[in-house]
Design a protein. Sequence first.
Length: 117
Amino acid sequence: MIKGDFKCDDIAKCILGLKNIDIESYKALVTKGPMTAEQLGEFLNRERSTAYRSLQSLIGCGLAHRETRTISSGGYYYEYVALDPCRMKDLVQGNIDEWYNKMKKLVADIDRDIMKP
């Protein structure tokens, strides 16, 4: 049974498979704008490698993407950009709808499937 009071963070963590640090990272990118992994690590008071792993999680679930920036003296670096919160809401809603439809189908067949050897 589903019990308890849920918050937006809880839903995002559950539906998208995120950790607290990932939610913190997403919020930072939304409020502060695009950042490098190093800048995000400094902002969150975490190691750059921790920020980078979190950014990879955000990219993996579609909440962020990476853009290449060119350095005028040569070279490049990556900046990470958050998905707009309105689009994030649509993404989460789509995942919930997909899950609901799968569960509804399983329940429709539960009486037959539960009796399988």
